[in-house]
Design a protein around this ligand. Structure first.
Ligand code: ARG
Length: 462
């Protein structure tokens, strides 16, 4: 049963049918197509194109069909080209010829654009909840480790000590921006294409604004050609999804490093680890690796859709059928990955002792020493040079900065003789180095606790 047989003498070839069919992936839009159909039926009634009795029977049949789709009694067949074709068949089975009235004034072109927006707006709400869970897991761990000193790195080399909580919150901030982006996305996605018909609007007295309101959109599209051709909402969603993928991939990479024998910063809970089929001792951080790996397909989905859209003339072109699989795959991927990463983060055990003993390694307090000299009036350029010499001296003599005697310090540079503004040894302690970075954005435990409070508020609003 095709929606377009009238002007054709012969049927489609098997090859065309196989190429054309999309019901195997667009069937998941059925609940949204049925929602839009109910709104459209009401509008046809208000336009005087359905009697009250016809409307009641139409809505009853749509409810019944919805039920049958949900419990699996009604399924698409291989002969149904797409979700719209399958649902019209279901409606005709229930209503006979009355079922054929619903198609008046709408086209699959405005329908599919509407369905996909409804689907995405709905699923983005779930994705936001999953993001909030991951933020909450990171904040929970950060709360435990607001004061735990850890090696802070640039170029993956020890740079300056940081509070481990500060680092965990850095990931949480990225995710709050993702949530913010999705909320902002929703504002632009909340425009209803229904009423645009194939491309030019409808000669029937429809009411696109009423349909838009009934479907929870903020407004009806102001341009029917744009409405059926536009897939910005899908591309923009895929960008948001790809960036979330990048964020959890970077977090995943850190978790993999932290769980390694070389770092031993965390131990991953058994529930979020896998073993090896040959090496009995192995405990692998596969969740983090899959998070990292799956970011590739999220980025790929964005590229796929942008490539499809590039160069398409207005308005609807069948190429647009290729919009759905990347969108669905991105939704499925995020809903699969985010809960696993949240679980891994909330259950991981942090090796506080290891973090704290490694925090000053690699002469990580050298900057603190240089800044002490700056406070004593030494130009930073000279302070940098003097501390650099001290580091070399330590390397040659196999000592840490904290182990130097007064004589050794004075030998390298007179700057290091203890002065009235605080002695060299006072700044060579990790907790002091953290506490000293007390301005907004710094790693001082007090600032970490401020962030936790602010993030908790943000998360509550999200
Ligand atoms: N299945 C199509 C899609 O996913 C919608 C139908 C529009 N088809 C058409 N021939 N105008 O985009």
């Amino acid at each position: 049963m095709r929606l377009w047989g009238g002007r054709f003498e012969g049927g489609p070839s098997d090859a065309l049918t196989r190429l054309s069919v999309s019901v195997q992936f667009d069937w998941r839009l059925a609940p949204y197509d049925l929602l839009a159909s109910r709104a459209h039926a009401r509008v046809l009634h208000r336009a005087g194109l359905l009697t009250q009795d016809e409307l009641d029977r139409m809505l009853g049949a749509l409810d019944d069909l919805d039920q049958a789709c949900r419990n699996g009694e009604f399924r698409p067949t291989v002969a149904d080209e797409d979700v719209h074709t399958a649902l019209e068949r279901g409606l005709l089975e229930r209503l006979g010829t009355l079922g054929g009235k619903l198609r008046a004034g709408r086209s699959r072109n405005d329908q599919i654009a509407t369905d996909l927006r409804l689907y995405l707006r709905d699923h983005v709400r779930t994705i936001v909840s999953r993001l909030v869970e991951l933020e909450t897991a990171l904040i929970g761990q950060a709360e435990e480790h607001a004061e735990t000193a850890a090696p802070g790195m640039t170029h993956l080399q020890h740079a300056q000590p940081v509070a481990f909580g500060h680092q965990l919150l850095a990931h949480a901030h990225a995710l709050t921006r993702d949530v913010d982006r999705l909320r902002d996305w929703d504002r632009r996605a909340a425009v209803s294409p229904l009423g645009s018909g194939a491309l030019a609007g409808s000669s029937l007295p429809l009411d696109p604004a009423a349909v838009a309101a009934e479907l929870g959109f903020d407004s009806a599209a102001p341009n029917s050609m744009d409405a059926v051709a536009d897939r910005d909402f899908a591309a923009e969603f895929l960008f948001c999804a790809a960036l979330i993928g990048v964020h959890i991939s970077r977090l995943g990479e850190e978790l993999v490093l932290w769980a390694s024998q070389e770092f031993r910063w965390i131990e991953v809970d058994d529930a979020y680890s896998t073993g090896s089929s040959i090496m009995p001792q192995k405990k692998n951080p596969d969740v983090a690796e899959l998070a990292r790996g799956k970011s590739g397909r999220l980025i790929g989905s964005l590229m796929s859709l942008l490539t499809t859209l590039k160069g398409l003339p207005l308005t609807y072109n069948r190429d647009l059928q290729e919009d759905k699989e990347p969108v669905f795959d991105a939704v499925d991927t995020l809903l699969l990955v985010l809960p696993a990463v949240s679980g891994m983060v909330s259950t991981m055990r942090v090796n506080k002792a290891k973090l704290e003993t490694s925090a000053p390694d690699g002469f990580a307090l050298a900057t603190d020493l240089a800044e002490l000299l700056v406070r004593q009036g030494v130009p930073f350029r000279e302070a940098h040079e003097a501390v650099g010499h001290l580091v070399v001296w330590c390397q040659v003599n196999d000592k840490d900065l904290g182990e130097l005697t007064d004589e050794e310090l004075a030998k390298v540079s007179p700057y290091f003789a203890s002065g009235p503004d605080g002695s060299v040894r006072d700044v060579l302690n990790v907790q002091g180095a953290l506490a000293a970075r007390a301005a907004r954005g710094g790693t001082a435990p007090d600032r970490v606790r401020d962030q936790i409070a602010a993030l908790r508020e943000t998360v509550d609003d999200q």
